[in-house]
Write a protein that binds this ligand. Structure first.
Ligand code: NAD
Ligand code: ZN
Length: 251
């Protein structure tokens, strides 16, 4: 473990173009459950697919019920030591960007400025008809109180949802292009808390490696890319990055 910490600190010390790729495991130490671990979101909810949301008011109500139930975890979450370490490394010129699958806004809250959100953000609501956007909190609080589908103040439609990519909804092509461009340019590609089982999560680290980056994975569970990685650490991200930051300062 100590040797792995030292190795990663050494790579970060030399890096001027690192990219971090983060998944749900990045935020479990901030109190937001991940999807695929036991007790994770999928063990409790039937996901509402995008086409159901668009065509059926009852599916929209189910969507809002689930979001209201998940809301307290998101509202209470604060960045953890791992988010803080990444923000510091951006400030020091070691990391150029974070690509995240998370929708919780915790990287920006920790002070990271170059954050590419592949799955959008839960901090905003987007009208699916006129594309107007609003702060999410008041809508979630109002649905919890009234159980009535929110109405868009701009176009009076009732198809308002979080500005996130739902199941069955396409990723945004321009965002994906940017993510792969970052992966190709990275000198160090750091995977943090992703099971790497869905696309594009599986392809981004592979691309970075093919274009010459060192690939490091920190994840509690094994991933399908462990055997191509240069370094794998099966430990908690927050605790691990805190130790890496200390080793980096000491060096
Ligand atoms: P995932 O749930 O498939 O995998 C998370 C991985 O993180 C697991 O392999 C687990 O072993 C690991 N992990 C959990 N806690 C960890 C910790 N403290 N340290 C190290 N590893 C840890 O997550 P995914 O690959 O990101 O895919 C899930 C999808 O769900 C994403 O697309 C994301 O958009 C969404 N999601 C987002 C949030 C969030 O915004 N915080 C939360 C849940 C789900
Ligand atoms: Zn609208």
């Amino acid at each position: 473990m100590n040797a792995a910490i030292e190795t990663l600190a050494g790579w970060l010390a030399a890096s001027r173009g690192g990219v971090a790729f983060t998944g749900a495991g990045m935020s479990t130490e901030s109190g937001i459950p991940d999807f695929r671990s036991p007790g994770g979101v999928w063990s409790r909810y039937r996901p509402v697919y995008y086409d159901e949301f668009m065509s059926d008011p009852e599916s929209r109500r189910e969507y809002w019920r689930q979001k209201c139930e998940a809301h307290p975890d998101f509202a209470a979450a604060r960045p953890n030591a791992g988010h803080a370490a990444l923000a510091a490394w951006e400030g020091q010129g070691r990391l150029v960007a974070i690509i995240t699958q998370n929708i919780d806004g915790l990287h920006a809250a920790a002070g990271s400025s170059q954050v590419l959100e592949l799955h959008g953000t839960a901090l905003e609501i987007a009208c699916q008809d006129c594309h107007a956007r609003f702060a999410a909190d008041p809508y979630v609080i109002e649905y919890s109180r009234s159980g009535k589908l929110p109405i868009c103040p701009e176009c009076r439609g009732d198809r308002l949802k979080h500005a996130t990519i739902s199941f069955g909804q396409q990723l945004v092509p321009a965002v994906m292009h940017e993510a792969f461009a970052l992966a190709r340019r990275a000198d160090l590609f750091l995977v943090l808390g992703s099971s790497l089982t869905v696309e594009p999560a599986a392809s981004l680290p592979r691309t970075a490696k093919e274009y010459g980056a060192k690939l490091a994975i920190i994840n509690l569970a094994p991933t399908p890319l462990d055997r191509v990685a240069d370094l794998v650490i099966n430990a908690k991200i927050g605790e691990t990055l805190e130790q890496v930051a200390k080793a980096l300062t000491a060096a």
